[in-house]
Ligand binder design. Structure first.
Ligand SMILES: Cc1cc2nc3c(=O)[nH]c(=O)nc-3n(C[C@H](O)[C@H](O)[C@H](O)COP(=O)(O)OP(=O)(O)OC[C@H]3O[C@@H](n4cnc5c(N)ncnc54)[C@H](O)[C@@H]3O)c2cc1C
Length: 397
């Protein structure tokens, strides 16, 4: 198929990746992004499976020069019973390529921008998406309407495009929240053991009623590979303490109450940059494509963030679209292939996110009683036969 016309609503991670996929498969692509500026500050830290990062770099979606902070191991830590010291109670193989969300977006944006087949229009909010009498898709903006053979909804968790495929879908609340931010490396000064751990691993810190995830990411504003060029990214899952409270002060309160002393001090220090808090929810569109419409990234489904799979899924969606377009004789055939592959994967990840959430937030174990064998057994039970790259299975999404 050549000269297929593809419209993409949303120009973030999923939108840029889908634009690259479409252009590589021979389509002419128009991306509509409502934001006027760079999407630099969103999302903070993000991890990808190393194999996916390698594949995207090898085929040209990502630039090999994009700074990353790969680590191979996951370390489990908690506060030792009756003391404020840290107890490292398990260590697992868990290779991840840690990235800065802003740098990942910039790399995909550059890749899309380098193709003459892609027109990226920022400051272009789409007001509606619909079906023309010809059967093609129509994208309307304040500037007018354009018809496409395929329209990709890459417009995030509140997707307007998804309304066409699943009008009644609503997010399911998990009943707890995630606080996500970054800290400067100076917060780790004087804390030798946490720094040593973070240089080689990502850390899960378990506490009663939740857990925190900590890992280093490259800074967004500098190039380079030295430790000073990193930030400490965190995501802390716990029940919200009430309206108005979810801020840095509340994160510090959680840390003071539950973390080992040195980790509480790290969280207490330094400016928390780009800090966000939001209720954890999930949703999953019952079908990932219905020609001429197709959903990608968070528009297709949002998992609880424990699976670290939102951006991963968006990137895999793009690889799948490219493969499907190349292998098909018509847009409808390509979208059918895409839906058959991506719909069940979205459902699998939502279910996995729920199981991890139940195990690690809703019904936390007695962390102090866990040891290496206990963690292995507990993780196996949580995964319940499915796979995740976070648990050492590189093939798992
Ligand atoms: C705590 C936390 C940790 C996470 N960690 C990871 C991780 O480690 N690994 C991972 O893979 N994922 C992770 N994620 C998920 C990941 O950040 C998201 O899934 C991903 O960024 C979604 O990208 P997207 O392009 O689908 O959506 P978005 O980034 O939301 O982009 C949607 C875009 O569409 C635009 N838009 C919306 N409506 C319109 C319109 N009408 N017209 C034009 N434009 C429009 C918006 O402006 C926006 O730019 C995490 C998420 C959270 C909350």
């Amino acid at each position: 198929m050549t000269r297929l016309r593809m419209g993409v609503v949303g120009g973030s991670i999923a939108g840029c990746a889908m634009a690259v996929a479409g252009a590589r498969a021979g389509a002419e692509v128009s991306v509509y992004e409502r934001s006027t500026g760079e999407l630099r500050g969103r999302g903070l830290g993000i991890v990808l499976p190393p194999s996916l990062h390698r594949e995207l770099t090898a085929v040209g979606y990502l630039d090999a020069a994009m700074p990353t902070a790969p680590v191979a191991t996951r370390v489990w830590v908690t506060r030792a019973a009756g003391s404020r010291s840290a107890r490292e109670f398990a260590r697992q193989s868990g290779p991840v390529t840690a990235c800065n969300w802003g740098l990942l977006w910039q790399a995909l944006r550059r890749s899309a921008g380098s193709s003459p087949a892609v027109r990226y229009q920022r400051g272009h909010p789409v007001v509606s998406v619909g079906r023309a009498e010809t059967g093609r898709a129509v994208v309307r903006t304040e500037g007018g309407a354009e018809e496409y053979d395929v329209v990709v909804g890459a417009d995030g968790h509140r997707s307007l495009t998804r309304g066409l495929l699943a009008p009644d879908l609503r997010p399911s609340p998990a009943g707890y929240a995630v606080w996500r931010g970054t800290l400067p490396m100076s917060a780790l000064a004087g804390h030798r053991r946490p720094l040593e751990l973070l240089r080689e691993s990502w850390v899960t810190l378990g506490f009663r009623g939740g857990h925190g995830i900590f890992y280093l990411i490259p800074r967004g504003d500098t190039e380079g590979d030295g430790v000073r060029d990193h930030l400490l990214a965190y995501a802390i899952y716990a029940r919200p303490c009430g309206p108005g409270a979810p801020d840095v002060a509340y994160v510090r309160q959680i840390a003071e109450q539950h973390f080992p002393a040195e980790w509480a001090e790290i969280v207490a220090r330094g400016e928390h940059t780009a800090m966000t808090c939001h209720p954890v929810t999930d949703l999953h569109a019952p079908v990932a494509a219905d020609p001429p419409f197709l959903l990608a990234g968070d528009a297709a489904g949002v998992t609880r963030p424990h699976t670290a799979s939102g951006a991963v899924k968006a990137l895999q969606d793009a690889l799948c679209l490219e493969r499907s377009l190349r292998a098909s004789g018509s847009p409808a055939e390509a979208l059918g292939r895409y839906a058959r592959e991506r719909t069940p994967e979205g459902a699998r990840l939502v279910e996995l996110g729920r199981r991890i959430g139940r195990a690690q937030v809703e019904r936390t174990p007695d962390w102090d009683a866990l040891d290496q064998a206990g963690v292995e057994e507990w993780c196996r039970a949580t995964l319940a036969g499915t796979t995740s790259y976070l648990y050492g299975d590189e093939g798992g999404g």
